[in-house]
Structure formats: C-alpha cells, structure tokens
Design a binder for this molecule. Structure first.
Ligand SMILES: C[S@@+](CC[C@H](N)C(=O)[O-])C[C@H]1O[C@@H](n2cnc3c(N)ncnc32)[C@H](O)[C@@H]1O
Length: 233
C-alpha cells in the first residue's frame, strides 16, 4: 500500500501558505495510490530535465497554487501541444487533480505537492518556462501578514530567471490592493513588459478557464484583475 506523500517544503521563517488540517478521504487515498506514481514529482528528484519530462519543442506551462485543480486540468486537457506542471501544497486538491488527469488519460501534466518557492529554486532550468501562472494567490489581507504574500521581490527575480525570453507571467487576483501592489513591484523589473501597456490590466485570455476560487468570488460580486507580463530578453 502506498504511503500518502506529505507536502514537501524546506525550513523557512515565513510561509505563504497554511497546511489546512483535515483527514484524507478514502477517495483521495485511492487517487494517490493509483495516480501519484504516474503524475507525482518530488522536490528532491532534481530538475525536470534530469527527470526526462521535458519534450523538446513542447511549450512548458507552470501553475502555482492550483487549489482543487479544476482549471489546470481543463487547460492541460485542451492544450495538448503543451506540457503542464502544477505546484500545490493542499493534498485534497492534488488528489483531485491527479484523479481527474488519470481518468482522462492525460500525459502532459505532472504535479509537485510542495512549496512553489522551493520547486522554482531547485527543479527548473533557467529560461525553460513559456508561461507561469499564478491564479488567485492568497491575498493575506491584513497588513501584518503582507510578508506572507507569494509575490515578493525574491519570487519575481526567481520567475524571471526561469522564463524564456518572450515567456509570460500571468497573475490573476480579485483583491484590488494586491493587484496594485503587484503592478508597483513589477514596475521595478525592466526585464518585464506589461502586455496591457498603459491599460495595465488585461482581459482574461481565452485559455484561462474561471477557477473555483474565482467563481465563488464572482457570486459575492468580486471583480477580477488579470496581469500579463512578458520577459523582454
Ligand atoms: C486562494 S487559493 C486559489 C486556488 C486556485 N488557484 C483557485 O483559483 O481556485 C491559493 C492556493 O495557493 C496555494 N499556495 C499558497 N502558497 C503556496 C506555495 N508557496 N506553494 C504551493 N502552493 C501554494 C494554497 O494552498 C491555495 O490552495
């Protein structure tokens, strides 16, 4: 019987997530047993190149914090010409995504159950990513918690290093103050060009399905801000 893997993360003083308590259901346990060996990756496996996952000529899309995974599953299903890597620390979401992928027979998706900051640091080669997606990152509303937001200077530096020239950083949030803080921060990086130009915010691209978190916000009347930046060189 497979031991259900635990989320992987290295010691650090500030984390961008809280591991939510909750027992793993029988369905999720079965999903891990059946599908983790096929879709799961470990932070300690080395780079995607070492693992042999990267297919030359196929674009690589990485999504951080995919939650329950519905929208990532949909994108991987529709965009078969690309390879997808999801990173999430919430075991029920990981279980659900690999179950959907397994039942659909997807072969262009792999998943880390780990802290994205560690995965970005250790598992990707420089200039290897075509699109990096961060949809509805935890906004950490209170000022004293802003240091827990994932979009920080160090994170952006890491992302730029991994993007190919011409690669896209796509962030969406329904928290206006966070959107504004991200815009202000990204202005400091001359390597990034805002694809919306003066308009700053982009329309939701056709490839991005609405996420679970977004749909819940929509029912509460929340607006959404999509930010699309391209690595210039
Ligand atoms: C507000 S939820 C949004 C989930 C999903 N993107 C959606 O829109 O439905 C944010 C997610 O990011 C995950 N997360 C936060 N920090 C993370 C990190 N450093 N590494 C991996 N996942 C992270 C959380 O576990 C959570 O599931």
């Amino acid at each position: 019987m497979l031991k259900i893997p635990k989320p992987e993360f290295k010691e650090k003083s500030i984390r961008t997530f809280v591991i939510r308590a909750g027992r793993i259901t029988e369905g999720q346990r079965a999903a891990f047993e059946q599908w983790w060996p096929r879709y799961g990756l470990s932070l300690y496996d080395g780079s995607l190149t070492d693992i042999g996952y990267l297919v030359p000529g196929k674009k690589l899309v990485v999504e951080i914090g995919f939650g329950m995974g519905d929208s990532l599953f949909e994108m991987a299903r529709v965009e078969q010409d690309k390879q997808f890597v999801g990173i999430e620390v919430h075991p029920p979401g990981v279980g659900r995504l690999i179950n959907c992928a397994g039942e659909a027979g997807l072969d262009n998706l792999r998943v880390y159950m780990a802290d994205a900051n560690d995965v970005l640091q250790d598992c990707f080669d420089e200039k290897s990513v075509d699109r990096l997606q961060l949809f509805f990152p935890d906004p950490w509303h209170k000022k004293k918690h802003h240091k827990r937001r994932i979009v920080q200077k160090e994170f952006v530096t890491r992302v730029i290093r991994l993007l190919k020239p011409g690669g896209i950083l796509h962030i969406a949030t329904d928290w206006e103050a966070y959107a504004q803080a991200i815009v202000d921060l990204l202005r400091e990086f001359e390597e990034l060009e805002n694809l919306a130009g003066e308009a700053i915010y982009s329309a939701r691209p056709a490839y991005r399905p609405q996420t679970k978190f977004e749909k819940r916000g929509e029912r509460l009347g929340h607006r959404v801000w999509d930010l699309l930046y391209c690595r210039r060189h």
